[in-house]
Design a protein around this ligand. Structure first.
Ligand code: NAD
Ligand code: MG
Length: 386
């Protein structure tokens, strides 16, 4: 029986993780759920699953959650610090980091310091501070299990192969809703168009990242740290059907792939249940329904965010942290119609050129870099010449 804390239980990954827990009551027990602001869903989840602890990150919403759960044997806390404290509780075995963005960094560090297993969905944490996080995990003997479907695919291909060096990995990308478009065509695309992903139903931020290919860029950096790879060991190929979730090539030239219908519940339950494959009744993939699986080169000139992510990884230090913070501000601004689709790349490039570069950042350097980048990026949005 594994006791699970879900950070971000009201999101796309969080709600699917709850489905996995509900379907496997002999394997998992829900100990903690947390959310940022969706009190209605958080309360509903608490009444249904009866975890021991509930955290609402926005402190002003605390009375709503407390009052709704006052007749239950459930502790209710509020605030960002509470997120960091609850992951340290003795009753938690594994923390699923399903919150979005930089806000996941501190609780993930605290969970690793407390020796908790991590099921990592929050890729931004590894993008911002991959070296620090993986070194800390090694020092504490903590395993980080990937939830991201591509990284789960690679992890599944590596099972039984941990003694065999990787030659390279190939991350597959769907290409998103704008695959094949030209720069001219991308100039006036709207958030409504960008929010329609062809294969996956996800939170707003990652859906915009998928449309701009920044998601693949973040995943390249995530893979570097998860699997200890050098930059030239990571390739990206566009595979619009999203059936092959990623591939590993070994030193004998053999390539292993993991396949399946796009459904995040599988990688979530693989991360939570490892090393066991839990029985599921999700729809099965049938080759005859997909007579053609196709592959293309990503268009790095049109989808500049992917190139910027490769550049940030090559420069190292705090550059991926700058990339991430600038992107979070860019996506927020795009979702509020304050910048256009292509302007997101202009904003990120400008921040990468201007924010103070630090070759060997400490945790406090990352915090300062994130702050400095957000200020600059916010300025960019306010003062941009349209
Ligand atoms: P989402 O927007 O649907 O949900 C985000 C969750 O985080 C919500 O529960 C929200 O309450 C919480 N949250 C947001 N900001 C917070 C803050 N400042 N403090 C505390 N909690 C906060 O996002 P999602 O699509 O579920 O994605 C979550 C993470 O998983 C992201 O890092 C994303 O890149 C990654 N991921 C998602 C998918 C997917 O299919 N959705 C696939 C792979 C990886
Ligand atoms: Mg992914």
């Amino acid at each position: 029986m594994k006791r699970i804390a879900i950070l971000g239980s009201t999101g796309s990954i969080g709600t699917q993780a709850l489905e996995v827990i509900a379907a496997n009551p002999d394997s998992f027990e829900l100990e903690v759920i947390t959310a940022y602001s969706n009190t209605d869903l958080l309360i509903e989840q608490a009444l249904l699953f009866k975890p021991n602890v509930v955290v609402i990150a926005r402190e002003d919403l605390y009375p709503i959650v407390r009052d709704a759960l006052q007749n239950e044997d459930i502790k209710v806390y509020a605030g960002a610090n509470a997120l960091c404290s609850v992951v340290e509780m003795g009753t938690v075995d594994m923390v699923l980091t399903a919150m979005v963005g930089y806000a996941g960094l501190q609780p993930t560090i605290r969970a690793i310091q407390a020796g908790k297993e991590i099921a990592l969905a929050n890729k931004e944490t590894l993008v911002v501070a991959g070296q620090l996080i993986t070194e800390l995990a090694r020092e504490k003997g903590v395993n980080i299990y990937p939830v991201d479907s591509e990284h789960s695919a690679i992890f599944q291909c590596l099972t039984g192969e941990f003694h065999n060096p990787i030659e390279k990995i190939i991350l597959t990308a769907s290409g998103g809703p704008f695959r094949g478009r030209t720069i001219e065509e991308l100039q006036y695309v709207t958030k409504v168009q960008a929010l329609k992903h062809p294969n996956w139903d996800m939170g707003a931020k990652i859906t915009i990242d998928s449309a701009s290919l920044m998601n693949k860029g973040l995943e390249v950096i995530e893979a570097k740290w998860l699997f200890g790879l050098s930059n030239d060991q990571i390739d990206v190929v566009v595979h619009p059907q999203s059936i092959i979730h990623s591939l590993v090539q070994f030193q004998d030239g053999s390539i292993k792939a993991q396949l399946g219908l796009p459904d995040m519940k599988l990688p979530i339950q693989y991360a939570m249940g490892y090393p066991n494959r839990l029985k599921s009744d999700y729809p099965r993939f049938n080759f005859l329904d997909y007579p053609q699986l196709t592959f293309e080169q990503p268009d790095l000139k049109t989808f500049r965010n992917l190139q910027l992510a490769f550049d940030a990884m090559a420069q190292g230090g705090n550059m991926p942290c700058i990339l991430n913070a600038a992107n979070e501000i860019a996506v927020g601004a795009f979702l509020r119609d304050e910048v256009g689709f292509l302007e997101m790349s202009d904003l990120i490039e400008s921040c990468m050129a201007k924010v103070t570069y630090i070759a060997h950042p400490s945790l406090s350097d990352y915090v300062e870099t994130d702050r400095e980048t957000r200020l600059l990026a916010t300025d960019f949005v306010k003062n941009k010449t349209v």
